[in-house]
Write a protein that binds this ligand. Structure first.
Ligand code: LMR
Length: 393
């Protein structure tokens, strides 16, 4: 039977991790996968997380099963972080998931349980795995216009034009903040308009929030999501802790379904619990338990917020420095948008040939679509990167 298996298309982001590892050249630069690196080129364990983990190891006295939905306190912690009081808690069902990808996968399946004909709308462009999982599940999907490749900013008019064609059977995926891969984001006013348009069509929104705290700040980054939650009768949310707690490999996340009322939320909760059971029984506990240990101590929470804010400011500094260096090296304002983008990524708009040349000639790794991971760049290497880009475009 196994001889009938066929090769699978590779994920371009994950492929980049392998290519970079195999490269033996000195001074290679990894601007591919979305991982933060400090000035020493290391992805550190955050101080607050390390301390919480130490406490967990000391205090944990059982590894018996918890519950299908995961730890109730963890789910509440996640809910408060993303949704705050934008919607009444009794309308929200939530589960702990293996990272943000696990949350997306569970929510897709929840949609399919509710309506097997639902069509999912994804921004053009979007994180490739959004579409890859939909294809794997055999769920129909369409793209809506989002990014203006000339100005490297959101083409809101074109986006609304497409959103006006969605139907009540449709689900629209929106990036809560720090759009991946473009770095271009909606303003709060635009979020309000999106909510009105989707409400007018009776469509459901699903917000993927994987970078809260990396854009304009922990609260500001959730503003769009909270606007939708306060205005829409139903909403889905996939939340990740990979980046803002730096717990990438531990797989920590949560999925939420906001229903019209408490009664429907209870049914949504049973469905989410069942999906956990069907896919992996209980969500992985360790990473979430570490974050619960952190959440229990106000001082640790404050320390975590300081660390997160320092990362965010560092990313902004890198954006500024790269923008200035590119202005100098290209003698143009072509890349000025980099300073206005937010989050880990910017879609730079350079050609795929230029991306390949950067890899071949300079050992600089970016994703083929020209996405650059600002958080992977060291300030000391900004000039080198700018010179390399200028020489390949
Ligand atoms: C990325 O976009 O690089 C990250 O979200 C990591 C991943 O899983 O693709």
């Amino acid at each position: 039977m196994l001889e009938d298996l066929r090769p699978q298309p590779s994920d371009k982001i994950i492929e980049m991790i392998g290519l970079y590892k195999e490269d033996t050249r000195e001074g290679k630069m990894d601007l591919g996968v979305g991982v933060y690196k400090n000035d020493a080129g290391v992805t550190p364990i955050m101080r607050s997380v390390k301390e919480a983990e130490k406490r967990l190891v000391k205090n944990q006295d059982s590894k018996s099963y918890v519950a299908l939905a995961g730890q109730v306190d963890f789910v509440k912690f996640m809910r408060e972080m993303s949704l705050a009081d934008s919607v009444s808690a009794d309308r929200i069902a939530g589960i702990q998931t293996p990272g943000g990808t696990g949350a997306i996968r569970q929510l897709y399946e929840l949609i399919r349980m509710a309506n097997p004909n639902a069509k999912i709308w994804v921004s053009d462009p979007s994180w490739p795995n959004h579409v890859a999982i939909l294809k794997y599940l055999g769920m129909p999907h369409r793209e809506y216009a989002y990014f203006d490749r000339k100005t490297c900013s959101v083409n809101f008019e074109a986006m609304l034009h497409d959103l006006d064609t969605v139907s009540a059977d449709d689900v629209v995926i929106l990036h809560g903040c720090c759009h991946n891969p473009t770095g271009a984001n909606l303003t709060p006013e635009q979020w309000e308009i999106v909510a009105d348009h989707l409400n007018a069509r009776g469509a459901l929104a699903m917000v993927d929030i994987a970078y809260q705290g990396f854009g304009d700040g922990l609260e500001a980054d959730a503003a769009g999501l909270r606007i939708l939650a306060s205005k829409m009768p139903e909403l889905l949310v996939a939340q990740s802790c990979s980046k803002n707690f730096g717990v990438y490999r531990d797989r920590v996340g949560a999925a939420f379904a906001i229903s019209l009322n408490e009664e429907q939320a209870k049914i949504a909760q049973v469905n989410l619990n069942t999906l956990n059971r069907l896919n992996y029984s209980f969500p992985p506990d360790h990473g979430a338990a570490v974050l619960m240990e952190l959440a229990r101590d106000e001082k640790l929470v404050a320390d975590w917020k300081d660390e997160l804010e320092a990362m965010r400011l560092e990313m902004l500094e890198k954006r500024k420095a790269l923008c200035a260096a590119l202005r100098r090296e290209t003698n143009s304002d072509r890349f000025d948008f980099i300073e206005n983008h937010r989050g880990m990524f910017s879609l730079t708009g350079i050609s795929s040939e230029a991306v390949l040349k950067l890899r071949d000639e300079y050992a600089i790794y970016m994703v083929h679509d020209s996405r650059l991971n600002i958080a992977g760049l060291q300030l000391s290497r900004v000039d080198h990167l700018a010179k390399a880009i200028a020489s390949v475009i």
